[in-house]
Design a protein around this ligand. Structure first.
Ligand SMILES: Nc1ncnc2c1ncn2[C@@H]1O[C@H](COP(=O)(O)OP(=O)(O)OP(=O)(O)O)[C@@H](O)[C@H]1O
Length: 290
């Protein structure tokens, strides 16, 4: 089994406040992993490190670097056996590696005034010579791929519409079509359903699972909705205060476990699917009329 994500002793500080502590983990090809944990536990920070959008604490003065970071070393992140960062420095070749990593943001990150199709074509930029991308010189193959991706998420008929005119759920599906067009091997999704209604959230999670199961792509998704983690992911990594609190099978998501993870007066059993149903029933994707 190929290791897609390999994180070793990852530390991260913001202005002297440590957000990640000696994190180590591996994710194999084809896994669908939920990253859960209370607000501020470090989920987004970890995801940004995986994608090469963030780096270590080299910017801090030596005296402000955390003692646990091994004299300022911020650990190492390898994706698809290639270096993203090592000892607090981004790898100079990280831009090329980013072409293999699809990143889905909570707020979609589309260009609202551009057409849906052009937004999806942005997924090709990392695969084109820079001058072609700048001039928007996409090939017929690129366009076919983009249309096929839109078809897959049920939005081919919206290709010529301005992205800003779509609903939030539709915009998130366009963002996923962009990652499909990118032909990313690894999809990192940072709270992709946080701002969506339950039906739109279900469609987005159905598509992510389809990409995982049908295409064999590796998916890591941060979620506040623990019931979706239980229904869609086989493995869960729980962060608490910047440390890995749990890493294992999704069956561990019991009420007492979640009460302990999230703390407070919460009755965590309410966050779980009814009768602890572990997996949402898989059905054929039918998104065309959505
Ligand atoms: N750019 C930043 N500058 C300063 N502190 C930051 C920055 N980004 C994150 N932090 C801090 O790092 C810690 C982890 O934040 P992070 O956003 O990764 O948590 P999270 O688990 O994703 O939270 P949420 O679920 O609310 O999105 C928090 O204490 C946060 O305040």
């Amino acid at each position: 089994m190929q290791t897609v994500i390999h994180v070793q002793s990852l530390n991260k500080s913001f202005g002297g406040k440590q957000a990640l502590f000696n994190l180590g983990l591996t994710v194999d090809a084809g896994e669908m992993v939920a990253l859960i944990g209370p607000s501020g536990s470090g989920k987004s920070t970890l995801l940004r490190h995986l994608s090469g959008l963030a780096c270590g604490d080299r910017g801090l003065s030596r005296s402000r670097r955390p003692a646990t970071s091994d004299a300022g070393q911020a650990g190492a992140v390898h994706i698809l056996n290639r270096c993203v960062q090592s000892s607090g420095r981004l790898d100079p070749d990280v831009r090329r590696l980013r072409a293999s990593i699809g990143y889905i943001f909570q707020q979609f990150n589309l260009v609202g005034r551009m057409s849906v199709l052009n937004n999806v074509l942005m997924g090709r930029l990392g695969r084109l010579p820079r001058w072609r991308g700048t001039l928007g010189l996409f090939t017929a193959e690129d366009r076919e791929l983009a249309m096929a991706s839109l078809e897959r998420v049920g939005l081919a008929d919206r290709a010529w519409q301005r992205a800003s005119t779509l609903s939030g759920g539709q915009q998130q599906r366009v963002a996923i079509a962009r990652a499909l067009t990118q032909q990313a091997e690894l999809i990192l999704a940072d709270e992709p359903i946080a701002s969506l209604d339950p039906e739109s959230a279900r469609k987005v999670m159905d598509i992510l699972r389809d990409i995982n199961e049908t295409d064999g792509k590796t998916v890591v998704v941060t979620l506040h909705q623990v019931d979706y983690a239980a229904r869609y992911c086989g493995r869960v990594i729980a962060l608490k205060s910047g440390r890995i609190h749990f890493d294992g099978a999704v069956d561990a998501l019991t009420g007492p476990f979640l009460n302990e993870l999230y703390g407070g007066d919460l009755d965590a059993s309410l966050m779980l699917p009814e009768s602890r149903m572990p997996r949402a029933p898989r059905r054929a994707l039918d998104l065309v009329a959505a």
